[in-house]
Design a binder for this molecule. Structure first.
Ligand code: COA
Length: 297
């Protein structure tokens, strides 16, 4: 789909994306690149990184891949430093790496819980921590008056409660807390903007394959306000808004991009029944007020 933005809105920017080689992360990498940014992607699987980098390069995008696991501080440091060595600076850090699986709390081992917390929450903090030196105003390759940006990919699971997702709900709640606290503290001290995106169900992603098997999708759609799955493109467009000049006054927010799904509730009464029922109740009340049978009004 064609972008509604000008092609140069991220011109000259350098972005590092964890989990940037596949799924939503890869679409953000691609769209950032198409809008002028140079792209470094971090991931655990060399074959995924290699394929992603050649795909980006075939679009004329400056791209490089670095193997690493966000759970290891030494990997985080090495990848941030390699990005600086390769491109000379860092403007945008996107934390898109995540772990997920469906499991009921009683079947989830504490280590399973910890694994997701380590990837999503601690991993996000670790990457931010290692990137601060370069993202802050006056950091290598930056002016002394403007800092960089952080974008954390979150979820809406923890706004209410989600079946079989206790670990991810906890992890993403922590991610949202990181977004707000860093926006406050690093916005004040280093001119760094920190925002998040909470995607709803996005088609053609590992998340959807893992969390919503095909047979569930049709049912899902019945509850969705906009009645359709999102596309990876929708998330990338939100990411462009938040990281470009368009979002220069947005700090500490997590933008929900889910078609309103998290607001959805099963419809407890059909609309025509509501009309009849609601009128009937009023008529009855009025009849009682004036002391005549409702059928006489
Ligand atoms: N159900 C219950 N527990 C599970 C599980 C499942 N489907 N998958 C993993 N676990 C548990 C393991 O049993 C283990 O706990 P234990 O030591 O008490 O047995 C713990 O989680 C770690 O599992 P392991 O397979 O060693 O972790 P890993 O580091 O190799 O992989 C995952 C991490 C599990 C998060 C894996 O799914 C992953 O790499 N995901 C990344 C991609 C992804 O999920 N993307 C979706 C984004 S929405």
């Amino acid at each position: 789909m064609e972008s509604p933005y000008k092609a140069n809105i991220l011109k000259g920017k350098v972005a590092l994306l964890t989990g940037g080689g596949s799924g939503i992360g890869f679409e953000i990498s691609t769209q950032f690149g198409k809008h002028g940014a140079s792209i470094a992607i971090m991931g655990r699987r060399k074959n995924v990184l290699d394929a992603a980098v050649s795909s980006l390069q075939s679009l004329g995008i400056q791209a490089v891949g670095f193997e690493g696991d966000v759970r290891k501080q030494e990997d985080a440091r090495r990848v941030v430093e390699s990005t600086i060595k390769h491109f000379g600076k860092l403007d945008i850090l996107v934390n898109a790496a995540a772990g997920n699986f469906l499991v009921s709390p009683e079947d989830l081992s504490p280590n399973g819980f910890k694994t997701v917390m380590d990837i999503d929450s601690v991993g996000t903090f670790t990457m931010c921590h290692e990137a601060l030196e370069y993202l802050k105003k006056g950091g290598q390759g930056r002016s002394s008056s403007s800092g960089g940006m952080i974008l954390n990919i979150s979820a809406t699971l923890h706004y209410t409660a989600s079946w079989y997702q206790i670990h991810v709900s906890a992890a993403k709640a922590a991610v949202d807390a990181l977004t707000r606290n860093l926006a406050l503290e690093w916005g004040t001290d280093y001119d760094i903007r920190v925002n998040g995106i909470a995607p709803g169900p996005i088609g053609d992603t590992t998340g959807m394959r893992k969390l919503a098997p095909d047979e569930m999708n049709a049912k899902f759609r019945d509850y969705m306000p906009l009645y359709k799955l999102g596309e990876k493109w929708d998330i990338a467009m939100a990411a462009l808004y938040l990281t470009s000049e368009a979002g220069k006054y947005v700090n500490g927010t997590t933008l929900v991009v889910d078609g309103g799904l998290w607001l959805s509730r099963p419809r407890h009464l059909p609309k025509d029944v509501v009309k009849q029922l609601s009128r009937a109740v009023e008529t009855k009340a009025r009849a009682a007020q004036v002391g005549v049978p409702a059928s006489k009004l």
